[in-house]
Design a protein around this ligand. Structure first.
Ligand SMILES: Cc1ncc(COP(=O)(O)O)c(C=O)c1O
Length: 345
């Protein structure tokens, strides 16, 4: 049976070129600072996002957790978007590791309401009141269906943060999807934030790893925190080698994933009992609602699976499907035919 796996872009397998690079990678002990391949990856990554330095971390979650830990002190407040990954899907590291208070704010597809944001930032200076010291952003925004945050919003956030002297961290797990969708280079988005995390192991296809980039002294502190969290990784050049290919060779092709996501979204918008606005699909993530008497989202996911189409149910009504390098036009046709079989009966 043909298997078409739309659960996430994290399911992507390393390319043959990555495997070859991994086999031949020059390695050393990175904890002692002498793995040449990870050093090269960190230099390339920093340059890509226009920052002084970067550090390789095992996961996006660890990258975000380190950034929050370095930028904040215990008891301070961190502004998070209410549907953000950092707030909802990273097992609560804001509380567990940084001991900060998340202040969730609503948004329109990941774009904060500026008046709400200003009110949250302009807190009375009083020892009763926890003070906000960090604003976080997510681009593209996973749970807003891969929404791209406009560059203009980055400028607005920077201004608000600068007026209060507070930091901005970007969860840019999929920043290159945003960049490919808009033509705006990743470094331009990053120029408005103090630090950025981005993932190599999602749409870019590397087997493991994310990058955290920012000022050199921030990255020095990040190395210390990474070690405390058990993220010092010895002969890590073996996997960093695949990360180099991810950054050099796998960015431009993301446009194919975006085209396929649009095709699938338009087809879904014509199915009975499916709610989706295909115009909102800007990158590679599709969220849609199942509004049927006879079927819940988890039941539909089960039926899809019987036909080899894998998706994730996010609630009783919501399903997420993600396009990536390991689903091609044949997989899109397979998915559309399967939806028709199940929903048009
Ligand atoms: C927007 C966003 N940020 C952070 C992460 C965390 O990445 P990881 O799964 O590597 O910890 C994810 C993972 O899906 C994500 O979608």
């Amino acid at each position: 049976m043909q298997i078409s796996d739309f659960r996430s872009d994290t399911v992507t397998k390393p390319t043959d070129e990555m495997r070859e690079a991994m086999r031949n990678a020059k390695v050393g002990d990175d904890v002692l600072g002498d793995d040449p391949t990870v050093k090269k990856l960190e230099e390339i990554a920093a340059k890509k996002v226009g920052k002084e330095a970067a550090i390789y971390v095992p996961s996006g979650t660890m990258g975000n957790a380190i950034a929050v830990k370095v930028w904040t002190n215990e008891g301070e407040e961190v502004i998070v978007e209410e549907k953000s990954h950092i707030y909802n899907f990273e097992s609560g590291h804001l509380a567990f590791i940084s001991r900060v208070i998340p202040r969730p704010l609503p948004s329109d597809r990941g774009v904060y309401d500026l008046e709400r944001l200003k009110a949250a930032v302009n807190k009375r200076k009083d020892y009763h009141v926890p003070q906000p010291t960090l604003i976080t952003l997510e681009n593209t925004h996973n749970f807003w269906g891969g929404a791209v945050i406009p560059l203009e919003h980055f400028k607005e956030i920077r201004e608000i943060a600068d007026r209060k002297g507070i930091r901005v961290h970007l969860d840019g797990a999929r920043i290159f999807n945003a960049s490919i969708a808009t033509g705006i280079p990743a470094y331009e988005y990053a120029s408005y934030v103090d630090s950025i995390m981005f993932c190599l192991s999602k749409g870019l296809g590397a087997p493991v790893g994310s990058m955290l980039a920012g000022p050199a002294d921030f990255i020095e502190k990040a190395r210390h925190v990474r070690k405390m969290l058990g993220g010092g990784m010895r002969q890590v050049g073996v996997i960093a080698a695949a990360g180099i290919i991810a950054l050099q060779k796998m960015v431009d092709r993301l446009s194919e994933d975006h085209r396929r996501a649009k095709t699938l979204a338009y087809a879904l918008s014509e199915m009975p009992g499916i709610e989706i606005d295909p115009e909102n699909i800007e990158t590679n993530i599709i969220f849609f609602k199942v509004k049927r008497e006879d079927l819940t989202a988890p039941e539909l996911v089960e039926k899809l699976k019987e036909h080899g189409v894998l998706a994730l149910s996010m609630s009783d009504e919501d399903i997420r499907m993600v396009t990536h390098k390991d689903v091609d036009d044949g997989d899109i046709r397979h998915a559309i035919e399967t939806f028709k079989k199940i929903l048009l009966r």
